[in-house]
Design a protein around this ligand. Sequence first.
Ligand code: SAH
Length: 347
Amino acid sequence: MICRDLITKLAAENALSRREWVFLWSNYSPEDRAYAASAAGRIAEKIFGRNVFIRGIVEFSNFCKNDCFYCGIRRSNSQVVRYNLSDEIILECCQSGWENGICTFVLQSGEAAEFDLERMCALVRKIKAQFAGCAVTLSLGELSFEEYAALRNAGADRYLLRHESADPVHYRKLHPVSMKLENRLQCLEHLHQLGFQTGCGVMLGSPFQSAESLAEDMVFMQEFKPEMIGVGPFIPHRDTPFGKFASGTLDSTLFMISLCRLMHPQVLLPATTALGTLQANGRVLGISSGANVIMPNLTPRAVQENYNLYDNKKHTDRAIGEAVSLLQQELSCINYSLKAGRGDFGG
Ligand code: SAH
């Protein structure tokens, strides 16, 4: 068995066995990574052309009742100044994106101790009414079926909930016992049942991750068939229990992006901010490895530093218009362009 053959098989059949995944994650070389990246790039180009969808992310609140060991806005981090943006400000953020051709708004937050469902539903309605034809993606963590259903009824289109690790032993090392992998996977099932375009995903190089745990992730994603996959490198945050661990590597993250593209050719796959934090051109490399989405930050500059999930998170000092044209410039260097529109799965 050699890695290159497994990558070819993955491209042809969109699946590998658990044993094959373990082999691939244990033995891939830089040449295998390049081979996967070019195969993934070709598939993405065939399906999407040399186009990249654009989403504006608003990190609207950092209140969180959870204590994930990796995350800078975990409950126990008392250094964080907590904030919760008003609807008015959130709508202004969306407006600035809308004026620059952004038609998908991603609302992300920590998990508030008391989740205000009414407010969230009303906010989704307001955004959908004010920006006719836009898509709303939510990333609010684990909620009940009823809460997800209400948000779906309010008009939310997509939901991002990284599963973080499909290996129960590894999951346990990343989270306190109060957080259950079972519950997270149940949430993902519920989101699918409700008709959300659903995103799962992992951090590459999170502490204690192994070829076996990555194989579990691949098998899970193979079966779950997400419409979106969020992958980025783990990057330590100094005020967390994982503050002294090393970051995940650019290469392993790019390899994961390529494998996800080969596994689910149609999937919406962002080149994440964390990738851009690791290396200045990280997001562009993500695109040439098979990603097809970029998510510029619409969060007001004044609160961005309070949403530091990890150290040195990139902040946007420029106005969104400028950030978008810079992005366009970067992409044109590899002959890609930003594509207007909602950019739905299968659309
Ligand atoms: N509360 C929401 C949003 C979490 S933040 C939820 O639970 O889904 C979004 C993602 O950031 C997380 O899913 C996690 O994978 C990633 N993240 C958190 N800390 C990180 C770190 N130190 N390095 C890289 N990514 C991190």
